[in-house]
Design a protein around this ligand. Structure first.
Ligand SMILES: Nc1nc2c(ncn2[C@@H]2O[C@H](COP(=O)(O)OP(=O)(O)OP(=O)(O)O)[C@@H](O)[C@H]2O)c(=O)[nH]1
Ligand SMILES: [Mg+2]
Length: 201
């Protein structure tokens, strides 16, 4: 089987090759960050139950996902935060325990795209060594001819600008791109473990 990660090719064989580097770390914390209403909670629901449900603004939710990669169990804890300013303190606690940031903007909302650099990268500044996956949400709402929609090219440019490991586009409504999120997180985890084991040697 071959999984293709939009923007960067990611093959299942890449993961299998690194399998020997997987240690039984208990949880890898993945924090969902981004403006309110960009669709973070819907992404979480899709990752958990593979379906779309309408959601209300929320403050904090977490859930675990297990992945078996080449007979090894990998456990992710996905932590969903609220985008609104009044929850800044809740988010700061989450930043400390996060291993990977899933930084979200909505491709049909230019302001949420601009806020990646004008707000969120500032918030994450002191954690700049932690890997980021940039996620463009709600692709089903993108209107290609519109000035307010963000193209894939612009997403990739932003990925490079902020130094994110991956750029993924998804829609919780259609399911497009959702499985790529955990593939990218797994790839980052295994690559990090690979680097650590090289340092020990
Ligand atoms: N069309 C479409 N609507 C979506 C999608 N994902 C989420 N929505 C809708 O967008 C709205 C906001 O989604 P949420 O997941 O609650 O957004 P959030 O980022 O968690 O917002 P906060 O909890 O306030 O930070 C809801 O009305 C969802 O139904 C999508 O992929 N496509
Ligand atoms: Mg939410």
């Amino acid at each position: 089987m071959v999984w293709l990660l939009q923007g960067s090719a990611l093959l299942l064989s890449d993961i299998s090759e690194m399998e020997t580097n997987v240690k039984n770390k208990e949880f890898t914390n993945v924090a969902l960050i981004g403006d309110g209403y960009v669709g973070k909670t819907c992404v979480l629901n899709c990752l958990q139950k593979s379906n779309f449900r309408n959601t209300a603004p929320n403050v904090y939710t977490e859930m675990t996902i297990e992945k078996i990669v080449a007979d090894k169990k990998i456990q992710f804890k996905i932590i969903d935060t609220a985008g609104q300013e009044e929850y800044d303190d809740v988010r700061k606690d989450v930043y400390k325990k996060a291993d990977i940031f899933l930084l979200c903007f909505c491709v049909a909302d230019k302001v949420s795209y601009e806020n990646i650099t004008s707000k969120w990268m500032g918030e994450l500044y002191q954690y700049k060594n932690k890997p980021i996956i940039l996620l463009g949400t709600k692709v089903d709402l993108r209107i290609n001819s519109s000035n307010t929609s963000i193209s894939r090219d612009k997403g990739i440019k932003l990925q490079k600008r902020i130094g994110a490991k991956f750029y993924i586009e998804c829609s919780s409504k259609s399911g497009e791109g959702i499985s790529d999120v955990m593939i990218a997180a797994t790839k980052i985890l295994l690559t990090n473990q690979h680097k650590k084991s090289c340092i020990i040697l």
